[in-house]
Write a protein that binds this ligand. Structure first.
Ligand code: MN
Length: 434
């Protein structure tokens, strides 16, 4: 049951459409390196497409009618777009959902220190990173500083070609005998992810003059002080733009494919709906997936459920029962990346049930690990309907598991949405070097 390579099926027109979408996706990657930036980008695109703020509609007690488009920006880190359909909300929504947080290195609340003529930022990594990959490479800092007076300072350092970058040092090979004999997980340890941000002392400062110089720069450029780090969310990510990969330009290399490739496709999908859909459509962009979908902006939070309640209310009679019926009747693609088959590491894959680059969107009936633990395990009936939809629309797709049985595994937001009783399946794009 080998799935065909989609490249072989494309017409010239298909290829030019694909190139146009890919170019837009590269921009999305570059402009959205954090969950906040992804929300900002998407809200701007949604507003341009005529979407209005759900909060505003609620404040004005506006009724929502079929064809209306609203968005709900939750804390600037999670986002939902809705296009109201002809059927009542309790008949369920058609949902595509992806996550917009990616593994990275966050600054600690008290990060700044000086050691032996270097100024450093101390960090705590976020999500599942291979720590040794983050040293000796250019890094950029993105995020916000919330000042006591309520102002929010946006910070992006290291992306403009004229910007400086920052980074973490690694040991030279000449002195790495002990380091190179360590297990991969401890070659670089969490507390060693200290970011160098300066080495030039402030002339007339006796105590910690390099740190003082950096603070003077931050004061000058952003009007922030050391104590302002206490209320900041500053995320350190690989610096630089996404770009074409391969001599044939058939791939894209960049930070944050997981899961912005699915987020971009999901946003693109809902914004491309011209006519009033039969059922209300929803694009759901979740935060905190990489650390278990926890917190107010993660999928375990109540913002999605509350937004659906608001839709029930704004489109007709409200009742708790109608909200429950709406949530249960949903159909969802939980969109997240799959591990692309890598011939260089063939041993961790089972070839018949692996995802391949270029073979179309990948459906995972289940993810999880070790005996399907923690997976959603979508219904066969739902997968059957999706097969028919895909084949009727002539869309390439494949199916896969996340590697060989007992090799590892992973989870997504699918099982959380499935708790409402809705039909949901994992689907997404195959990615190499995830
Ligand atoms: Mn993911």
């Amino acid at each position: 049951m080998e799935r065909k390579n989609a490249w072989k099926t494309y017409s010239e027109e298909d290829i030019s459409k694909l190139n146009a979408i890919s170019a837009e996706y590269v921009k999305f990657l570059d402009n959205g390196k954090t969950e906040r930036e992804c929300v900002t980008e998407t809200v701007a695109a949604a507003q341009k497409a005529g979407y209005v703020d759900l909060e505003q509609a609620i404040a004005q007690q506006r009724a929502l009618n079929p064809g209306d488009c609203v968005y709900s920006d939750f804390m600037g880190k999670a986002l939902m777009l809705f296009k109201i359909g002809k059927q009542p909300i309790f008949k369920g929504l058609n949902i595509v959902g992806a996550h917009i947080d990616s593994p990275r290195i966050d600054l600690k609340q008290n990060p700044l220190y000086e050691d032996t003529d270097f100024a450093y930022l101390d960090t705590h990594y976020y999500g599942g990173i291979k720590k040794y990959q983050w040293v000796a490479m250019p890094l950029a800092m993105h995020g916000v500083v919330a000042k006591k007076d309520g102002t929010l300072v946006n910070i992006v350092i290291g992306e403009d070609p004229s910007d400086p970058v920052i980074g973490i040092s690694d040991l030279l090979p000449h002195l790495s005998r002990d380091q190179m004999s360590k297990k991969g997980s401890v070659v670089i340890e969490g507390e060693e992810l200290n970011i160098i941000i300066g080495s030039k002392p402030l002339n007339d400062e006796e105590k910690e003059p390099v740190k003082a110089a950096v603070l003077a720069l931050l004061k000058e450029k952003y009007d922030i002080e050391e104590e302002d780090f206490l209320s900041a969310e500053l995320e350190v990510v690989p610096a630089g733009a996404a770009r074409d990969f391969g001599l044939d330009r058939s791939m894209i290399i960049g930070y944050g494919h997981d899961d912005r490739v699915c987020a971009y496709a999901s946003v693109n999908a809902i914004l491309s709906i011209d006519e009033t859909p039969e059922y209300t459509c929803c694009c759901l962009l979740a935060d905190k997936e990489e650390i278990g979908s926890v917190g107010a902006t993660g999928m375990h939070g109540k913002h999605f459920e509350n937004a659906v309640a608001e839709l029930v209310n704004a489109t007709g009679e409200y009742s708790d029962l109608l909200v429950r019926r709406a949530l249960t009747a949903c159909r969802m693609l939980s969109c997240d990346v799959s591990a692309g088959y890598d011939p260089n590491f063939a041993g961790v894959f089972e070839r018949k049930n692996a995802a391949y680059l270029g073979r179309g969107v990948c459906f995972n009936k289940y993810t999880g690990s070790g005996g399907k633990g923690g997976s959603n395990d979508a219904n066969a009936e739902y997968m059957g309907k999706l097969r028919r939809l895909m084949d009727d629309a002539n869309v390439n797709f494949q199916t896969a598991e996340l590697g060989k049985v007992d090799q590892g595994g992973g989870g997504t937001i699918a099982y959380i949405c499935a708790n409402y009783g809705m039909e949901v399946i994992d689907s997404g794009v195959a990615v190499l070097s995830m």
